[in-house]
Design a protein around this ligand. Structure first.
Ligand code: PLP
Length: 395
């Protein structure tokens, strides 16, 4: 008999994908330029020219056996060294290549990191609002995901609920900053609090509690945002990174786990990731992509469009009267809907060809997410439509 658990998952609707499909079908009817699609988190700017040039040069000049051969189990040394050097230079860390494990994006990074520091049956805590794919990542490792309710005033951490839920069965805490869907970056104060609380509780429970820091938006930071490097605050941190967003390479599936050199059992974690890969049929990202990204890992795409778009949308939302926290980064914003039921709110918005995502699945019912990784020209055209929708439907 086929696996009933996975079969049951087929019935669950993916809200974002459904909305994106609706947007594209509607686009065929009225022209996609007339559909204001804020559903998907796909970068809207190309990877830097240097990445393309590097790939072309490598394909022309380098040994094909090296470019297309199997990656070593623990990753291509040139990539690992480049990542360690880049993080050390930028954040004052002391990684070596041995602390870096190349993965297929952040999804691969989290899937390895969680398996390295938990066993089936353990609990992993995350903090709302959160990326809904955490559920399959964590449950796929046999763990239970528990969600700390959101602090909807600031989208920092709901400290009272966090302390209540940080019980002795919690082996790892999974955070995401800057955050999808809120766009908020955890402040220095928040990260100090998180580190102090986890250190205290770990001592009380007599076992380490690892921090899995999911940071694919780390480089998409807006002016004046306080968005420090998480691993600086807490030694038992595994940073899970992806080049999907800031380098605009989501289809290349490249990221890494960076193990804080001071972490408990740090020396075992990357080699263990190699063993975890065997069990889940993962291999490091393609050799050529590791080698190319290693050469450009200090660059980003031109990310300025995201801040431009954020400011236009934020100012308009405030002017209309929405309750909204200003993002410090990413390409998302999470305003409060104008009625309690954000699914109903987003359905009504569809009548105005505004494609907004209800945030119930992100652990923020009553809120909706706008992904503004689209052309600024379209964002500007969408704003009168947003005003019209709010005025006609909600007065
Ligand atoms: N974590 C968060 C918060 C994300 O938003 C995403 C992708 O959108 C991922 C992880 C997965 O990233 P990747 O596609 O690089 O695996």
């Amino acid at each position: 008999m086929i696996n009933q658990e996975f079969k049951a998952m087929l019935g669950a609707k993916n809200v974002i994908r459904n909305l994106a499909e609706y947007a594209s079908a509607r686009g065929k009817e009225i022209g996609y330029e007339n559909v204001f699609d804020f559903s998907l988190g796909n970068p809207s700017v190309p990877a830097p020219q240097e990445f393309t040039d590097t790939m072309i040069q490598m394909l022309k000049d380098e040994n094909p056996m090296k470019l297309h051969g199997y990656s070593p189990t623990l990753g291509d040394p040139s990539y690992k060294e480049a990542i360690a050097a880049s993080l050390n230079k930028r954040f004052g860390m002391s990684y070596t290549a041995n602390h870096i494990f190349p993965t297929t994006g952040a999804a691969g990074a989290i899937s390895h990191a969680v398996r390295a520091v938990t066993k089936p049956g353990d609990t992993v805590l995350t903090i709302a609002p959160f990326f809904p794919e955490y559920k399959p990542y964590i449950e796929g490792a046999g763990c239970t995901l528990k969600v700390v309710p959101a602090n909807t005033e600031t989208f920092q951490i709901n400290t009272e609920a966090f302390e209540e839920m940080l019980t002795s069965d919690v082996m790892a805490v999974l955070i995401n900053t800057p955050n999808n869907p809120s766009g908020i970056a955890y402040s220095t104060q928040t990260l100090k609090y998180l580190a102090d609380t986890m250190t205290k509780k770990a001592a009380e429970f007599g076992h380490p509690i690892y921090l899995l820091s999911d940071e694919p938006y780390r480089e998409i930071i807006f002016k004046d945002a306080d968005a420090p490097y998480v691993s600086k605050f807490y030694k038992n941190t595994l940073s899970c990174y992806s080049f999907s967003k800031a380098l605009s390479l989501p289809g290349e599936r490249i990221g890494y786990v960076a193990v804080n050199p001071e972490a408990d059992d740090a020396e075992f974690i990357v080699p263990m990731c190699g063993q975890i890969s065997r069990g889940i049929g993962h291999n490091c990202p393609p050799s050529i992509i590791q080698q190319a990204v290693g050469k450009v890992c200090d660059l980003t795409s031109d990310l300025s469009v995201y801040e431009t778009n954020m400011n236009i949308i934020y100012d308009t939302l405030v002017d209309i009267g929405f309750t909204v926290v200003k993002p410090g980064g990413t390409f998302y914003i999470l305003p409060k809907a104008l009625e309690k039921d954000s699914v109903a709110f987003c359905n009504k918005a569809k009548d105005y060809d505004l494609i907004l995502v209800p945030a119930d699945n992100f652990g923020a019912p009553g809120f909706f997410r706008m992904a503004y990784c689209i052309d600024t020209e379209k964002v500007e055209r969408a704003m009168p439509r947003l005003r019209q929708f709010a005025k006609e439907v909600y007065g």
